[in-house]
Write a protein that binds this ligand. Structure first.
Ligand code: ZN
Length: 227
């Protein structure tokens, strides 16, 4: 598939936030997003490999896809979860449950909902190119956390990687992307939590355990149903 670069966003520190899309017009788009949390290199790597394959495998049927490889570019440079304002981008979306209170410092939601330029950029993209389904790559413990209409995708991917699936991760996440998108766009978000690096698990291993499932999904009828 051929991707062209969109006008980039701009981070708190003024760095560009690259975004790419295919030249396919559609009512709804598939989004692939990485690096909401800048220190989650495992999820960023899996998306990097998937994006490379999408770009170089010319036998693929063209699909309407938007890719934001690393949303929190400042956090990625600094190896931090938060952005350069020390805000957790995944607690900063204008959801019904957004709150200025943080249960822990690392979940700092910012001074107000959607205060952060990285999230403003992503929301501008979503408003312009409406999402049908979003796959957002993170790192925590391996889990396929579905919000909105995408339990079917979680179940499909789990047949390949055996990660547990969950509609609820067990604690509140006010202002999260997983709440924001279903509330505003009638699209599902699959928060794809990769396992962390370990002595017996490097970045390549984490890609390899997900390669088959993600490649299959990108060519599946399940994905076509979302656009
Ligand atoms: Zn994360």
């Amino acid at each position: 598939m051929i991707f062209t670069e969109l006008p980039p966003g701009k981070s708190v520190e003024g760095h560009p936030i690259p975004a790419f899309m295919t030249d396919v017009k559609a009512d709804k788009y598939i989004y692939l997003i990485g690096g909401t949390h800048g220190d989650e290199v495992e999820g960023i790597h899996v998306l990097k490999e998937l994006f490379a394959w999408l770009k170089h495998e010319h036998s693929l049927k063209d699909l309407p896809i938007v890719v934001v490889p690393i949303l929190n570019v400042d956090g990625y440079r600094a190896s931090t979860r938060v952005n350069a304002h020390m805000v957790d981008l995944n607690r900063n979306y204008p959801t019904k449950d957004w709150t200025p209170e943080a249960s822990q410092k690392k979940y700092n939601p910012g001074p107000k909902a959607l205060s952060e330029p990285e999230n403003q950029f992503l929301v501008r993209l979503l408003d312009k190119f409406k999402p049908g389904f979003i796959l957002s790559f993170h790192t925590w413990k391996p889990i396929l956390n579905y919000n909105g209409d995408c339990q079917d995708v979680a179940e499909y991917l789990s047949t390949f990687n055996s990660y547990p699936i969950a509609g609820d991760i067990g604690y509140p996440t006010p202002g999260s992307f997983g709440s924001f998108v279903p509330e505003n766009y009638q699209a599902g978000v699959l928060t794809f939590e990769c396992p962390p690096l370990a002595d017996d698990k490097n970045l390549k291993d984490i890609w390899l355990e997900n390669e088959k499932g993600l490649k299959s999904f990108m060519q599946s009828d399940l994905l076509i149903k979302k656009i």
